[in-house]
Every structure is written in structure tokens, then in C-alpha cells.
Design a protein around this ligand. Structure first.
Ligand code: IPM
Ligand code: MN
Length: 369
């Protein structure tokens, strides 16, 4: 990667703009501390794009994204458009963006941060040591399968779940490659006792596994996986699953860490990476400067890791997040009774930024000796 990158910023709806603002200042400042420049450009997506341009994914947003090195997204969705059919809602803008960029593997890491263990809904002894990565297939399944629609007069509705061997194989490879640099275990999640797509999924994943003899593969039905996530999350390393199952399981895995606001995601597989927090637009707390920006800031770290290929810069941000939490700073969603420092979205962003830039100083200094 050259020392200059162009990132399209799609702040979107609800808390999107406030958490994105913090993440982008961390991103650009840490990048420049590491000696490269990130140029950003703002565009519209979701509800705000419907309001201002009449479309949830305007043509100019699409074109800007396709000419960028990476896309950074806040959140989409607003209750104002809840009455619209699926194909006109803000969320369709995000799905169109994902399709346009072509990244098919959505990585959603979930890890027990020692300082936050008491914010987890799980008992300490169950959650401690959890460190898992969900690899969610992002361009197939019920989200995109056709035919889809309503019966005449809305007497019913239908969607199609369809997966080709090729779609399964490419995302399975991402899961096995990820496992190789982690604890070398893949849990493939399906519903092969009921669904044909899941039987093809299971056969294909088992075949791909033969190319990765050092990685242990297990298969789990999605209902059992949902249960194991809350009874024994430490058993998981990489969880590989299809689009809708991954959507559901990743919210569950995220909240184990104490708050949905903590989790980041990266979508890879094409030349243009897409980075977004796992949480939604949280309209009920939007504009109050109380949202947790850490999942969004952690998504900026993933951008540095996967698109800028700068592991040290990514780690500088991830370490800074842990430091700030160790120091006792909390946004409202992760504050416990005895929490020392309740901070706003902006304060949390600034605290992480300062520490990340300081980490960069240490790392770049140690490079030169
Ligand atoms: C997510 C979100 C999206 C999804 C919505 C907003 C379309 O829930 O990224 O998990 O379902 O993929
Ligand atoms: Mn979701």
C-alpha cells in the first residue's frame, strides 16, 4: 500500500455520525503518526440519503466508493422509514453497498476485555478468556436470494435461501486462513438437519478443510451454537456461518462483551474493504453524545490492519482502547456502579486518540533504533 489512501466515509443515520467522527479522527491521526496519509471524503447512505437524494444508496455514493481504497460506515436505519417495504428502506442502501463492493467475508471479532468482564451478562468464570471470530458470509443467503416478494394483496411473503458451492468455498477459505493465525479451530454453523443449503454448506466446508490439515473442523447446528455461545463461549475460535445465522449470532457474541457498542467488523474478499461497527443506528440515543464509539474506533483499527496492511498502526489503536478501559473510563452503556469515570462519546474518542498517537510514537521510535 502506498503512503496515501482514500477512504469514503458514510456516517449514515442515528448515532452513526457521532461515533464515526471519533473513529475518523483516530484513524487519520494514527495514520499520520505512522507516516502515511488517509484522505477522507463524506457521502450519504441510508435514511439521510433517502431524505436528501431520494435514494438509500445514491449513484454518486456508489461511484465514490468504487473509486476508493476503503469504505468506512457508521450505521443505517431510522424509524421514520419503518413503514416502507424492504426494497425502499434505508437498510437496502447498506446491502447495495455490500454487493457493489463485493467483499463476501464479514469478520466480527469478539473478545473478553479484562477490564469489562463485570459488564458482561455472563458470569466471569464462563466468559473469561473468550476470544472468537465470526466469519459471516455477506453476499448470499436470504438477504439476496431471489425470488423474493409478497403474494398478491399481501396475503403472504417469501424469500429464497440459496448458496452455490463457489460462494461457500470462498468464505470457508477465509475462515480457515483466519484460524491458521489464531487457535486453529473452525466451527462451521448450519442447519443441515433441515435445510438443503446447509447440507451443501457442510459438504463444501468439509472438502475445503482437507486443504487445511492443521485446522480442526467441527460442525454445529445454529440453535446449538446459540446455546453454546452463552454456556461456553471459550470453546470457540473461528465460527464460520451463512449470512442470516451470522447476523444473529454476531449480535449475541457482541453483547457478551458487555455492550453491542464494543464490536467492530471488517468485510474483505474484494479490493475495497468495508469497515463498520456491528451495532445499529440506535435512534433512541442519537445526538446525545452518549453512544459508545469504541466499536467504531475498533473498526478503524481493522481498516489499518486489512486495507492499509499496517499491523502496528492497528495494534496502536487496539492497545489504546484497552488502556482507556483499564484506566476506568466508561461510556454509559458499559458503566458499572463503581465505574470511576463516566465519559461522553467525544471524550472517549479523544482519550483513545491521545493514547493511540502516543503508542504510535513508541512504536515508530522503536523502529528507528
Ligand atoms: C448488521 C446489520 C445489517 C445486517 C442490517 C442493518 C441490514 O444488522 O450489519 O449486522 O442485517 O446485515
Ligand atoms: Mn445485525
Amino acid at each position: 500500500m502506498s503512503n496515501r489512501m482514500k477512504v469514503i466515509v458514510l456516517a449514515g443515520d442515528g448515532i452513526g455520525p457521532e461515533v464515526t467522527r471519533e473513529a475518523i479522527s483516530v484513524l487519520t491521526e494514527v495514520a499520520s503518526a505512522f507516516g502515511f496519509e488517509i484522505e477522507t471524503e463524506d457521502h450519504l447512505i441510508g435514511g439521510i440519503a433517502i431524505r436528501e437524494k431520494g435514494s438509500p444508496f445514491p449513484e454518486e455514493t456508489r461511484n465514490a466508493c468504487l473509486e476508493s481504497d476503503a469504505v468506512f460506515l457508521g450505521a443505517v436505519g431510522t424509524p421514520e422509514f419503518d413503514h416502507l417495504p424492504p426494497h425502499e428502506r434505508p437498510e437496502i442502501g447498506l446491502l447495495a453497498l455490500r454487493k457493489a463492493l463485493g467483499g463476501f467475508a464479514n469478520l466480527r471479532p469478539s473478545k473478553a476485555v479484562p477490564a469489562l468482564i463485570d459488564s458482561s451478562p455472563l458470569r466471569r468464570e464462563i466468559f473469561e478468556g473468550t476470544d472468537l471470530l465470526i466469519v459471516r458470509e455477506l453476499l448470499g443467503g436470504l438477504y439476496f436470494g431471489t425470488p423474493r416478494g409478497f403474494e398478491e394483496n399481501r396475503t403472504g411473503g417469501y424469500n429464497t435461501m440459496r448458496y452455490s458451492v463457489e460462494e461457500i468455498e470462498r468464505v470457508a477459505r477465509v475462515a480457515f486462513e483466519s484460524a491458521l493465525v489464531r487457535r486453529k479451530k473452525v466451527t462451521s454453523v448450519d442447519k443441515a438437519n433441515v435445510l438443503e443449503t446447509s447440507q451443501i454448506w457442510r459438504e463444501t466446508v468439509s472438502r475445503v478443510a482437507k486443504d487445511y490439515p492443521d485446522v480442526e473442523l467441527e460442525h454445529l447446528f445454529v440453535d446449538a451454537c446459540a446455546m453454546h455461545l452463552v454456556t461456553g463461549p471459550t470453546q470457540f475460535d473461528v465460527i464460520l456461518t451463512e449470512n442470516l445465522f451470522g447476523d444473529i449470532l454476531s449480535d449475541e457474541a457482541a453483547v457478551l462483551t458487555g455492550s453491542l457498542g464494543m464490536l467492530a467488523s471488517a468485510t474483505i474478499g474484494s479490493n475495497i474493504g468495508l469497515y463498520e461497527p456491528v451495532h445499529g443506528s440506535a435512534p433512541q440515543i442519537a445526538g446525545k453524545n452518549i453512544a459508545n464509539p469504541l466499536g467504531t474506533i475498533a473498526s478503524a483499527a481493522l481498516l489499518l490492519r486489512y486495507s492499509a496492511k499496517n499491523e502496528a498502526a492497528a495494534a496502536a489503536i487496539e492497545d489504546a482502547i484497552e488502556t482507556v478501559l483499564d484506566e476506568g473510563y466508561r461510556t454509559a452503556d458499559i458503566a458499572t456502579e463503581n465505574c470511576r469515570q463516566l465519559v461522553s462519546t467525544e471524550e472517549m474518542g479523544r482519550l483513545v486518540c491521545e493514547r493511540a498517537v502516543a503508542n504510535a510514537g513508541i512504536k515508530t521510535a522503536s523502529h528507528t533504533v
